[in-house]
Each structure stands twice: as structure tokens, then as C-alpha cells.
Write a protein that binds this ligand. Sequence first.
Ligand code: ADP
Length: 729
Amino acid sequence: MNGTAGPGRIAQVLLPLPLPGALDYTVPPGLDVQPGCFVSVPLGARQVRGVVWSARPRNAEDAGRRLKPIGALVPAPPLSAECRAFVDFTARYTCHLPGRVLRMVMSSPEALDPPPQRTVYLPGDTLPQRFTAARKKVLAAAADGPFEAAELARRAGVSPGVVTALARAGGLAALSQSADARFDAPIPQAGALRLNEAQSAAAQTLTALARQGGFAPALLDGVTGSGKTEVYFDVIADVLERDPEAQILVLLPEIALTQDVLARFARRFGAAPAEWHSERTRSQRRRVWRETAHGRARIVVGARSALFLPFSHLRLIIVDEEHDGSYKQEEGVLYHARDMAVARAKCAGAAIILASATPSLESLVNARSGRYAHVRLPSRPGAAVLPPIRTIDLRAHPPARECWLSPPLIEAVQHTLERGEQSLLFLNRRGYAPLTICRKCGSRLQAPDSNTYLVEHRQSGRLVCHLTGFSMPRPHACPSCGAPDSLHPVGPGVERLHEEAAALFPGARIAVFSSDTASTPAEVRRLISRMEAHEIDILIGTSMAAKGHNFPALTLVGVIDADMGLRGADLRAGERTYQTLVQVAGRAGRADRPGRALLQTWQPEHEAIQALCSGDRDTFLAAELNLRADMGFPPYGRLAALIVSAPTEKLAAHEAQRLAAAAPLARDVDIWGPVEPPFARLRGQWRRRLLLRAGRDVDVPALISAWRARVTLSPKVRLKVDIDPYSFL
Ligand code: ADP
């Protein structure tokens, strides 16, 4: 056979590369190639690993095609049909090439290699001739094994040399074992709490949904501290108990920084879950990937990228804090992990629970229309209730010049200090000042390759662009006019607020909680422990401090700038402000101490602020939803952004115009732009944006691929498609 004709099969192999689709290869006789198998195939001079997407018998049309054969099967569990369908769905939905999505699935290439081995020891069959006291200790310790030499020596309290000598003498049996240890099996009822009535009812409803089998989405909607986590723990326990193969995925926002949640999983299920996020080492990722593919990791807790793990028997997905903005991936393949989690549950025929105290409008509308089951948890367990929320009208109570704390808030902090309780001052701005201007020439300091303002960080003495990460030492003279000592900080960041609080409350123990002061999980943990141990009186925090922590002595939350989110003027500004403020206000007063929240605002009459103070979410939602319905915006319509970037402004503008001119005409579709975005220059590239709005029934991905096919842009231009954009910068 010459490889171009005759009987045999052809496999379509998808590679984790930016190619238009799967490539055809012949299947060598005797190789059992099925869809989902990992294979290695020749590509040019290289051997590349990919996944068989489909296979078919060779037919007449293949005659004369010069196809290369598959090189080898990779001995790994095949990628499930469900996972392959999810790759296809994600690629189509987000308008990205399927190979780029597969690359997210094949995120731990080492996991496809045979696992590295390690040598472990057990007591041997024969007793050594020389039977010293040290050797006796080793044998006794080895009985609890198998252990590696170092571990065995540690347990026996001897030097590793004793272990290896004993093994040579035949006293220990050496075994070769995979270096990737299995995860301990979770114990469904290990640390179960007795749920209160409302929690039990919620858990029962959700469990019943999961037991039905098949795709079943639900929104678990309950105030902070109402016990949502305990409720979904119960549902997880039931799924584990009923199906010995079931795998469960729990997505958490910013998991790398919330280690206490992981400890809670370990206590509840008597075993640490598999943990997946970008802070993990390569070997930890390899282990999780492999164990997930084999179906042996039963509970995986991860960041958004855990959605692309190769589960073989996924039965339940939890998306905790489903409203959280960090679920939107803004680099590479642009996707929203909450939405893609729903898609994966659909592909897998699994249940999915979206949990939040402040659900997104998208999920609420789905719950109201009956597409999602709506499970509510009305109040906190025990006596704790949501704190009263009041505004401080900054027009009536302005702070002193160059200061940001108003007299009523200062008084409230003072009062809290006197009662021996803790305060949280919330300001979602890192650094010292968000803007630096020259008092001489008026110029505002910008990054050299972007038109973003540089944020002063006084601790590090640098000016930083928060969007691109560019930074430089703070200059002594104005870079524009050269005037010495003319640079002046404008506006507050947490560092500046710290300075103000330290002057106002001498003697108080004050700490800043932001990604600059707590950049590693260990640092976050330390800050949280200090707060829990009441070693801090006033915590000044960014949104990091607003997330799920439970500080029993915290009774006052002061929001420095409640209007901040409202100024951004994107479609979710009101919603996002509402969510952040509810979350941060929810930090005050848990358990037995009542708390309160004070919001400093210039516009106390704004709907989002009013709704917050009245605790009337439904009124706020109704108004917000009316606005969205009028505009045909999500959740009543669809949006997609097209972002053109080019090395010169002229080219960006020209190519964006050409793209706009090629826009397809379709019913219930509007195309706006191109416009110059707020950040018209980023990392040296000039940018233009177009926005597409369409009715819910419009197939936006199909429309966009038709649109792209109608115009060939300059090869110097990059076009980014962002389906369901959350950032409009
Ligand atoms: P949420 O996820 O809604 O913010 P959690 O599940 O984290 O709420 O619960 C808040 C706190 O209350 C946790 O410390 C939790 O252990 C505790 N808690 C919740 N429900 C119960 C219960 N039924 N019995 C005892 N403690 C509970």
C-alpha cells in the first residue's frame, strides 16, 4: 500500500494550534484510533500531539490525497465526547479557532507523558543479619508505608543512609510508584453541619434537580452569610454518595487568594480537593490534570480555567460568586467562565448551581423566566442580619481639603474604636494617587506606550500603569516641562487614605489590604488572620477586602467613594456598583454583633445607592432591567465588540472604517462605531472599537464569521472579537 489509496481509515486530528480546523491523517493498520484518543502526528518536521476529533473509512475522494499517517497513540484516557463538544461550542460561541480552545484543554502537556516514578519502601520478606536499633525503628515505621526514603527516615528518626542500607541488605522491599499521588477520596458526610430549615429546603430542591440527571441549571440566591456554601456542600455530598464515579467542579473567583475556602472543603469532606489555578506549580497541575482525566479527582476546585479540564464523568458544577467580574477572561480566548460553565453543564448533561448574594442580571432574568430554577435563602443563620446602610451626603458634609474622610465617617470610626471594634474603609483604588499632574505645565503623567494615567505607588516609589503593568520610578522633575518638584498627586488611593487615617486616629492599628500589600496566598492569609485576631483596628481595603471574609469584630464599613463605579458609564455600571456595595456592606456585623455601613456619596438620590439603602433589590432591578430592555442590551439582547489594533493611528482608523463598511445588514442588528476607545493606545498599538448589538434570536457568531469573510484586513492589523464584552475600554 502506498498510503494514497486502498482500504483503511482517515482520522481528523485537532491540534492545539491556531489552525482553521482538524487535519486529516491516515490511521496505520492495527492502531485502535477512536474519537477522543490523544495521538502524536507529524506536522512539517515536528511531531505534535493532538486529539482525534472524528474518524471515517477512506473513500473515493481520498484517492490521490497524500496524507501522512498518525505517528502513535498517546497512552492517556481519551477526551470525553462531552469535552470535545464543549471545545467545539466554545470555539464557535467565542469566535476563536478550535485549536486555541483545545490548547486550553491541553494545558498540562506533561500529564500526557508516563508519570514520573518514585521509589517507596515497605518491610521486606527477610530480616537483615545486622539488626540494629536504628534498623528496627525503620522497619516499624515502614509498616505504615509505603514511604519514600526521606519520609521513612524522618518517621523513624534516623538518617536516610540507614534506610538505603537496610534496603540493600534486603530488609526493605523497594517499589516503583507514580510520583503523582492519588487524591484522597472525599467522605460525603465528614464535616456536615445541621442545616436550618431554609437551608434544608434549598438543599433538597437542588439535590432533587441533580438527582434527575441531565442538564439542570439553578440560581442559588441568598445574602452573604446565609449559608450558600453549606447548602451546596450538601448537594455535592449527595452527588458523591449516589454516584461513585461522579466528578464535581467548583469554580471560585480569585481562588489563589482564598485559601480559607479550600480549608473549608477539606474539613467538610475529610480530604483536600484537587486545586487548579495559575499559581500552582507544573507538577501540581500535571497531577490534577492526570487525576481528573482518569476520573479519580472527584472534587476539583479551581479558577475559570478549570472549566477546560478533561473531566470524564462531570455530574455537577458550582459557580460561586457567579456575578464576579473576574470570571471574564480578557486575554487570549475571550470567554465568560459563568456562561461557558452553563455550556459545559449542558454538554455533559450535568447540574449546575450559580451562587451569589448579588446575582448578575443575566442570571436573574434566566431565573425569573423559569430557564433556571430559582432557590432563595432569605436570611443569615442565627441572629445575624444584613447591616443597615446609610448614606453620607458629601455635599452637606465635605471632607477637609486634600482629605477623603467626611466628619460623620470620622466620628463613626472614632466611636467604633472606642467600643473596641473594627472598621473597614473601602476604596477600590490601589496605590497612593490615581493621577499625577504637573502644577507648572498641567500635563498629566501617562505611560509612554499607552494613553493610560500612571498611578503613584508611594510605598514602592514608582508610577504604575494598572492596565499594562508598565512602571517607572517617580521622577523628581516633570517629564514634559522639566520643572523640578512640580508633580502633584490627585485623588486618593488606599495608601493615601492610610496616611489620612493614621493622622486622624493616632494609636489605632491600621493596615492596607490590596494586591500590593497581599500579593501571595500566604500574605493574604496573614492579613486575614491578623484581622480575625483583632490585631488590626482599621482595615483599608480594595475589592480584595470585600470578598467573603468573616471578621466577627468588624462592625463598621465605610465606603469612601460609593459613586466611583457609577462614573464608568458602561452598561453594567449601576449593577456593578450595587453588587460591590452589597458585598462590602455585608462584611459588617456577623454573628452576635450588629454592624452598619456608611456610604460617602455625591449623589445619594442615584437609583443604585437608593436601592442599597432601602434594601430593596427588586426595585433596583426593575429600573435597571427597564433600561436594558429599552436599549435592547443584555440580557434582552446580545453584544459583541470588535477591536482593531494597528501600529499607527492612521492604519487603525482606516482598517476599522473598512471593517465597518463591510458590516452585513441583518434584521435586529445594529453596528456602532468605529470609535476611539478610552485607551486609544495600548502597549504601543493604536486601537478602534466597533460594537454590535443584536436581538436574542440572532446567531451572532455566524454573523461575525460572515462579516470577517467579507473583508481582508491589512496583515499588520489585529482584530479581536469579544463576545458579551464586559470591558469597554
Ligand atoms: P454564604 O456562602 O452564603 O456566604 P456560608 O455558607 O459561608 O454563607 O455561611 C456563613 C457562615 O455561617 C459560615 O461560617 C458557616 O459555616 C456558618 N453556617 C452556615 N450555615 C450554618 C448552619 N446551618 N449551622 C452552623 N453554621 C452555619
